[in-house]
Design a protein around this ligand. Structure first.
Ligand code: ADP
Length: 194
């Protein structure tokens, strides 16, 4: 199985690259943000809970996020592999994912991290996306700043988790979408042929 963690701060381009990667590698895309938004739209209990955190730019609690992610993985027994987008976002989530995948006789192949994107560029990209996405958390600059702070405080450490396992691959996230996509693909091909 090819199991990829696509990593980077809000606005890094994870969603954009995921869409291209699932086509090329025939993977199942699991974006925790998309799943939460789907639940918010459907006004489920999970959606109501998630909304109260997302609107403030805070993380949804680990317990809730981990069990949701695990049931999504279980609902795709036929998958060739997964792209985890927006997960894991804390060290606890990373540990839980490792444990869960091991119990299912598989593992993370590598983490692909979109790096070196200046904060101002992230804010500009997110505000630009807000025009089409209709996402309340994209439209408010204070919420965006909080998401970027939460990323630094709780999420950035997840990179070290995979560095320690020698599974971390950094890719410069500034440039044309297709150029970044090509860099990601050559890294994936290197890892899967080794
Ligand atoms: P972005 O990467 O632009 O922040 P996402 O769609 O990945 O957008 O996430 C939107 C929001 O959903 C996050 O700000 C957070 O509140 C919540 N969320 C998404 N994934 C997780 C996660 N793994 N753990 C906790 N909260 C999450």
């Amino acid at each position: 199985m090819l199991n990829l963690v696509l990593f980077g701060p809000p606005g890094a381009g994870k969603g954009t690259q995921s869409t291209k990667l699932i086509d090329k590698y025939n993977l199942v895309h699991l974006s925790t943000g998309d799943i939460f938004r789907h639940n918010i739209k459907g006004e489920t209990e999970l959606g109501k809970l998630a909304k109260s955190y997302i609107d403030k730019g805070e993380l949804v609690p680990d317990e809730v996020t981990i069990s949701m992610l695990e049931s999504e993985v279980k609902s795709h027994p036929e998958a060739n592999g997964f792209i985890f987008d927006g997960f894991p976002r804390t060290e606890a989530q990373a540990g839980a994912l490792d444990k869960f995948l091991t119990a299912n006789n598989t593992a993370i192949t590598c983490m692909l991290a979109l790096t070196d994107i200046p904060q101002e560029e992230l804010v500009t990209r997110i505000l630009g996306r807000a025009k089409d996405s209709g996402r309340a958390d994209d439209a408010n600059e204070e919420t965006i700043k909080n998401r970027l702070n939460v990323y630094e405080k709780d999420t950035a450490v997840v990179a070290s988790f995979y560095q320690k396992q020698d599974k971390f691959i950094g890719i410069n996230g500034v440039g044309e979408i297709d150029t970044i996509f090509s860099s990601i693909c050559s890294k994936i091909d290197e890892v899967s042929n080794s």
